[in-house]
Design a protein around this ligand. Structure first.
Ligand SMILES: N[C@@H](CCC(=O)N[C@@H](CS)C(=O)NCC(=O)O)C(=O)O
Length: 215
């Protein structure tokens, strides 16, 4: 039995996308992005009440990067063989998803979670998109002469592609030509589309793009 604990549009989408890429059978337990993640029943699954949590093979993976790595190794697909330059590069880009997502998390907190709105920080909403754009520049450089982060599509593209899916709400992809083409290509994959929120599911982001706050 494989069960994914999931909040639509959050980092758990990374694992959902990967499960679809691998064509595995699994259940999804979907939560709204609210206090229900702090229920004692859920805290017994994830020690900090966050998503994703992936129940698999009698264990729980509660870091999205760890879950992608575990699934790639378990299935012998979308990873790279241990040892060698490819493996090191794969690990780097797999974990680069979190370098992007840390800024997205800070911005989601400011724009979506903090109430009342007067408590939100204009400075954070200005600085974090600039830092996000630096991560876009790093990807733009990496994608020179490449369609994917490695020679072929891998779990690193799932992690980074999903991070971009969230990051687009706060920093523009358009100034980065190769990155825009890369994201477009990833977003056309069937497994990506299957990991999007379905009708009626609560959404994390009410706006397509969040501008810097005044102040
Ligand atoms: N590094 C962790 C971060 C997990 C995380 O913070 N997830 C967010 C959603 S993107 C969450 O569950 N937030 C709920 C909360 O902070 O209460 C991972 O990649 O799995």
């Amino acid at each position: 039995m494989i069960r994914l604990h999931h909040v639509p549009e959050s980092r758990s989408m990374r694992v959902l996308w990967m499960l679809h890429e691998l064509g595995l059978e699994f259940d999804v337990e979907t939560y709204p992005f609210d206090r229900s993640l702090r229920d004692p029943a859920y805290l017994a699954v994830h020690p900090a009440g966050r998503v994703p949590a992936l129940e698999i093979d009698g264990i729980v993976l509660f870091e999205s990067g760890a879950a992608l790595l575990y699934l790639a190794v378990r299935e012998g697909r979308l990873g790279r063989v241990q040892g060698g330059v490819d493996f090191a590069e794969w690990l780097n880009w797999l974990h680069f998803a979190e370098t992007i997502s840390q800024h997205v998390a800070a911005l989601t907190q400011q724009h979506v979670m903090i109430y009342p709105a007067a408590k939100r920080s204009a400075l954070v909403t200005k600085l974090e998109p600039m830092r996000l754009a630096k991560t876009f520049q790093a990807l733009e450089s990496r994608l020179k002469g490449r369609d994917f982060l490695l020679d072929e599509f891998s779990a690193a593209d799932v992690g980074v592609g999903q991070a971009l899916y969230m990051a687009r709400h706060f920093a523009r992809l358009e100034p980065f030509e190769r990155l825009s083409a890369y994201y477009l290509q990833l977003s056309q994959r069937e497994a990506f589309k299957k990991s999007l929120p379905v009708d009626g599911e609560s959404r994390l982001y009410g706006a397509a793009f969040y501008e810097v706050l005044d102040g």
